[in-house]
Design a protein around this ligand. Structure first.
Ligand code: NIG
Ligand code: FE
Length: 385
């Protein structure tokens, strides 16, 4: 919902700002003016505004910043999920199934799918979303995936290096040349970021390094999928290249953890994946205690994790990954913002975007305490996600 005029929200039972000075406090009020946070303070001292809204003691938190999703796809893989729940293991090969369906789908079908899932995210409190390509795997299909994603967000990521498509099965080096050459040239105008799935069965570390360097030369910021299915060199590569974020981080050595801390690279944890693949969860506590910045994101995709819900991810992170509710909410808001190199979202402070969530609950703790319950009463956003 857009707010051309000023609005005063009063009687906020708990306002979670993530601003180091304002912190989290009761009895708060907040003024939104022209889509920006204009004032925060006690309800008793609130200034006048064009409109008023009484929060009736409920909690307000920053809108969720989902820094990792794959929403441009056709079809689903419910059968694969069913097989996993019967004992099969997850493998990257299913990406090719979705790529075949995506290539065959017209633009309007792909765009309608993105619109549906972005709306689903919004209903669950997400106000900023990153969207990757990666189910096209041809020059034209990657470019059109990103063009469609750009209709919904500026946080678009070129993931031509998701897997090697079947037509290059005998020539993976040729596919890397395609990705770093004509595919990157066609994708770059629609992308802010470049990503690689660096994992056994997808791309080797040297291929990932070459792809990220080519992306950087084309003006894109680097990010990485790494250490999801097993230990590997991807996290160290992210640290070596000083990437803003590396995602999954499920299997980490002590050296990996130290490298992330020293590089200041955000570890984006995606607990919906471990839920949906029945794998052990990443150890958020170990990362936080070591001084690594942790973000939580959905990884919404039709294969490894088909949830769009950050409240669900927060509940998993608290129950299974050793995070406190406050840490998990921070990771899904301010942490996601850090993972996207953003300071204008994820933190409620005067001058920032007025992307807020009103919870049907008195505190942020209820997001983990009441899992599966739709607690997002409404959102306010500066503009579309
Ligand atoms: O982040 N790991 C690679 N990519 C996605 C899964 C994509 C799929 O299985 O379709 C992920 O989990
Ligand atoms: Fe992913």
């Amino acid at each position: 919902m857009n707010h051309p005029t000023s609005i005063l929200i009063t009687n906020i039972g708990e306002l979670v700002t993530h601003d180091p000075e304002l912190g989290t406090f009761a009895g708060a009020a907040l003024v939104v003016d022209g889509g920006t946070v204009a004032w925060i303070g006690p309800t008793a001292q609130a200034p006048a505004a064009d409109e008023a809204f009484d929060a009736e003691g409920r909690a307000v938190i920053p809108g969720f910043v989902d820094s990792h999703s794959h929403l441009v796809f056709a079809g689903d893989r419910a059968g694969e999920f069913q097989a996993r729940m019967a004992g099969e293991s997850y493998g990257a090969g299913g990406i090719r199934t979705t790529a075949a369906a995506t290539r065959a789908a017209p633009d309007d079908e792909l765009a309608a799918g993105v619109a549906r899932h972005v709306a689903e995210m919004r209903r669950q409190g997400t106000t900023t979303v990153e969207i990757k390509s990666g189910y096209g795997l041809t020059v034209d299909d990657e470019a059109r995936s990103l063009r469609i994603a750009r209709g919904f967000t500026d946080e678009t990521t070129f993931l031509g290096a998701h897997v090697v498509p079947p037509e290059y099965a005998d020539d993976p080096a040729g596919y890397v040349e395609l990705v770093t050459g004509p595919m990157l040239a066609a994708a770059a105008p629609y992308a802010r970021w470049i990503d690689v799935f660096c994992e056994t069965g997808a791309f080797e570390v040297d291929q990932a390094r070459a792809i990220l360097r080519a992306g950087e030369a084309a003006g894109l910021g680097g990010r990485l999928h790494a250490n999801q299915l097993g230990p590997g060199p991807g996290v160290q590569l992210a640290a070596e290249l000083g990437l803003v974020a590396v995602d999954h981080c499920t299997h980490l050595t002590d050296d990996d953890v130290h490298a992330l801390r020293d590089a200041g690279t955000v570890a984006t944890l995606l607990p919906g994946v471990e839920f949906s693949t029945r794998q052990p969860y990443p150890d958020a506590r170990r990362l936080i205690d070591a001084g690594v910045t942790v973000a939580l994101a959905s990884d919404c995709n039709p294969g490894s994790c088909f949830t769009s819900s950050l409240p669900f991810c927060i509940a998993l992170a608290v129950r299974e990954m050793g995070m406190t509710p406050a840490e998990a909410v921070w990771a899904a808001t301010a942490g996601g913002a850090r993972a996207l190199g953003r300071t204008d979202v994820g933190v409620l402070t005067p001058g920032n975007r007025a992307d807020l969530v009103l919870l049907d609950a008195p505190s942020h703790v209820h997001l983990a305490y009441r899992p599966g319950v739709p607690l997002v009463a409404r959102t306010w956003t500066a503009s579309s996600a």
